[in-house]
Ligand binder design. Structure first.
Ligand code: C2E
Ligand code: MG
Ligand code: MG
Length: 713
């Protein structure tokens, strides 16, 4: 599962734009600082300009004032001496230029003589203004300043005699006005220069911003967009979508290299994925779909069908006794059987199952078929499933040619229906399995539809396992003994120990029902040990009481699981020494399958048992595939010819011939023969005629309890 793309808050382009933005902001800040400096400079320049203009105006005024006052004082000397007020008045009036505020002529005591007016109202009054004392005290030209007036005074003397003086007050308002005009003009110039500057700076900033945007767009086009496209493609690939659109891969730069490398990588991942899928989804042996792929297909179909009312059937086909093929003929033969079966099933499914049928091998010898086609008669899928199951049973029971032999095998088929039996894949598979086991339990080579009752039978099996636990200790399990006779002498020579379960509710439960459960759950290990112990003790008791004839043997069945226990020889030795039974009077019965599962280790264990002196018999001989030659390889002392041969020997000349051949072959190898299931005299005679050594069966005796058997002895 890939992570979804996180929102691009800090994507490449955003970061680039942020960096550009920060750069622009910095430039803008610098420009602002520059503008502020410029403003301060402009301020200083205008202040300086104002001061300079003021100074210049005052200097000019002072020079002019001084010259004028000096000239006026010279002109006034004579009229003042002669006290000629008219002449003084004329001179004073002539001196009153537009910027002159006042002209005062005063006497030696500081009294006003003339102020240029006609009436001279102030005549004879002393000067009382603030500048007057300094004027009177000074004996030369004096310039004094008030905020709005420049006062220039010049004493007037003839020889050493001071006659008085003249004062002219120049108004500064005009100077000020001139000065303001000059400063304003200067300010205007500076402001216009600054404005131009600002326009330039703003234009430059705009150009910079445009450049940044262009670069952002370029970065987006050549870098960010391809990288994003690659990231999207990588995500799609991680979701299993291999057809993705990639950026232009003809570019000659690093991004082009990256895209080409990515392309190669995605191609190779897609190729690997195809290979892996092929491996993961097909069965290597038969080329059929495997369990994994079937489960996916089933789940998809169920999703589509759910709620539509359409039906679907699952058929579970399992080869009967396939394990025996593997065990007796080897795995190569087993594989060949599977391949031939697969091709027969495929043909049947193609003919009856419709185009949308699915066929898979679930490993081992289990094949599963999904069908959805409606039957022609009823329009139900159930009908198709039934026809197909019947066809499979018939087709698969036809003989197979494997390694030059003809093999007869059968198939058991379990069928379960959707939605009738279950709504989900897992439950359907379980039901199919149960139905298939039910077909096996019904005698194999047939088919069964799933029913809820079947589920109960599986549950019963589980319950049986629980009840079987501790059954020996509770005394529910016991051993019965079926007498075994010498055919020629017609004398009793021993007995087979057979387990019985007296269930508190169900009553007598036959071993065919519970031995399998005990074997699969592992309970057989302790139960089997108890049977062995009990049988040896019982047989030892018979022999102790027996006065005439050869001692009796007891023959005990060993399950496959017991034969896998490496401590078997020691356990047998211990039981023998505890019971006091002579080792040669203990016979152990094993089925072919039990031995052949792991031939080498079983042979070693059997050798160990035989070295103790006990005998080993091969039970149910002829039901497996081990030929007669097999007897050469496995260390056995006797074979028990299966009762299915004995049952048919009266009617089937082939079985009689085969039985005779087994007996002759066994004898040639020094192995004795025991016939099972002798149910009538005819069989007994035929076996005797065939030179069989020992026999057991209902005609000779039913299995007996230990006490009954003791009486027989
Ligand atoms: P098996 O070892 O082949 O035992 C012979 C079976 O044939 C016995 O069935 C016996 O009752 C039955 N039989 C004997 N004579 C006749 C006859 O004339 N006609 C017919 N139709 N059947 C006859 P049983 O006792 O039901 O045992 C079935 C199988 O259970 C045994 O087959 C054996 O494989 C297994 N078994 C029984 N006891 C034990 C045990 O203690 N340990 C193990 N591991 N398996 C046991
Ligand atoms: Mg037996
Ligand atoms: Mg048997």
């Amino acid at each position: 599962m890939s992570t979804p793309p996180s929102p691009r808050l800090f994507g490449l382009r955003s970061r680039f734009l942020a960096a550009m933005g920060a750069g622009l902001l910095l430039v803008a800040a610098l420009v602002a600082a520059l503008l502020w400096r410029q403003h301060v400079l402009q301020q200083a320049a205008s202040t300086l300009g104002r001061d300079a203009v003021q100074q210049m105006a005052r200097d000019t005024l002072t020079l002019r004032g001084n010259a004028n006052v000096r000239q006026l004082a010279d002109a006034l000397a004579n009229p003042l001496y002669f006290n000629d007020l008219d002449a003084i008045g004329n001179l004073v009036r002539a001196a009153r230029q537009p910027d002159v505020g006042y002209v005062l002529v005063y006497d030696a005591q500081g009294r006003i003589l003339h102020d240029g007016s006609i009436d001279i109202d102030a005549y004879g009054e002393p000067m009382r203004d603030a500048l007057a004392p300094a004027v009177l005290a000074s004996d030369q030209l004096l310039v004094q300043w008030l905020p709005d007036v420049m006062d220039v005074s010049q004493p007037i003397s003839v020889g050493n005699q001071r006659l008085g003086g003249v004062r002219v007050g120049y108004s500064l308002a005009v100077v000020q006005a001139n000065q303001d005009r000059a400063v304003a003009s200067l300010q205007n110039r500076l402001t216009s220069i600054a404005r131009n500057q600002l326009v330039w700076i703003v234009a430059m900033l705009l150009v910079l911003a445009v450049v940044a945007l262009c670069m952002g767009w370029y970065v987006q086009r050549v870098l960010v967009a391809p990288i994003r496209q690659l990231a999207a493609a990588a995500r799609a690939i991680s979701h299993g979508e291999y057809v993705v659109s990639l950026p232009d891969n003809t570019r000659k730069d690093e991004v082009g290299d990256l895209v080409r490398a990515f392309n190669d990588m995605s191609d190779s991942i897609a190729r690997h994925d195809r290979d892996v899928r092929l491996l993961a989804y097909t069965d290597a042996l038969t080329g059929l779909t495997n369990r994994l792929a079937f489960r996916e297909g089933l789940d998809n179909r169920l999703r589509l069908l759910r709620g539509t009312g359409h039906e679907l059937a699952l058929l579970f086909a399992d080869i009967d006794d396939f394990k025996r093929v593997n065990d007796t003929l080897g795995h190569e033969a087993g594989d060949e059987v599977l391949v031939q079966f697969a091709s027969r099933i495929r043909v049947a499914v193609q003919e009856l199952g419709g185009n949308d049928a699915l066929l898979a091998r679930f490993g081992g010898d289990e094949f599963v078929i999904l069908v959805q086609r409606a039957g022609e008669k009823t329009g139900n899928v159930r009908e198709t499933a039934e026809d197909l199951a019947q066809r499979l049973v018939t087709e698969l029971s036809r003989p197979l040619q494997v390694q030059g032999r003809e093999l007869f095998l059968g198939t058991s088929v379990g069928i379960t229906m959707f939605p009738e039996d279950a709504a989900n894949g897992a439950a359907l598979m379980k039901n199919g399995d149960i139905a298939m086991y039910q077909a096996k339990a019904a005698g194999k080579n047939c088919f069964r539809f799933y029913s809820h009752a079947m589920n109960q039978s599986v549950e019963r099996r589980v319950q049986m396992e629980q009840e079987l636990r501790g059954a020996w200790e509770r005394g529910e399990l016991h051993v019965v003994y079926q007498p075994i006779y010498d055919l020629r002498e017609r004398t009793l020579c021993g007995a087979e120990a057979l387990l019985r379960w007296k269930h508190p509710i169900l009553g007598e439960v036959p071993p065919s029902l519970f031995v399998d459960v005990a074997e699969q759950s592992g309970l057989i290990e302790s139960i089997g040990a108890n049977v062995l112990r009990s049988a040896c003790a019982t047989a030892s008791g018979w022999n102790a009481k027996r006065l005439r004839g050869a001692p009796l043997f007891v023959s005990v069945n060993l399950s496959p699981r017991q034969l896998r226990d490496q401590r078997l020889p020691e356990a047998v030795a211990e039981v023998l020494s505890d019971s006091g039974l002579a080792p040669s009077n203990l016979h152990l019965e094993l089925t072919e399958t039990a031995v052949i599962g792991d031939e080498a280790s079983a042979s070693k264990l059997l050798e160990g048992v035989r070295r103790l002196g006990a005998k080993v018999w091969l039970d149910d001989f002829g039901t497996g595939f081990s030929g007669l030659s097999y007897l050469r390889r496995v260390p056995v002392d006797g074979v028990k010819i299966d009762r299915s041969y004995v049952a048919d020997i009266q009617h089937d000349p082939d079985d009689l011939a085969l039985t005779a051949a087994i007996i002759a072959m066994a004898h040639s190898l020094g192995i004795i023969t025991v016939a099972e299931g002798v149910e009538n005299e005819e069989q007994f005679k035929l076996l005797l005629h065939s030179d069989c050594d020992l026999a057991q069966g209902y005609w000779l005796s039913q299995p007996l309890s230990a006490e009954e058997f003791a009486r027989l002895v």
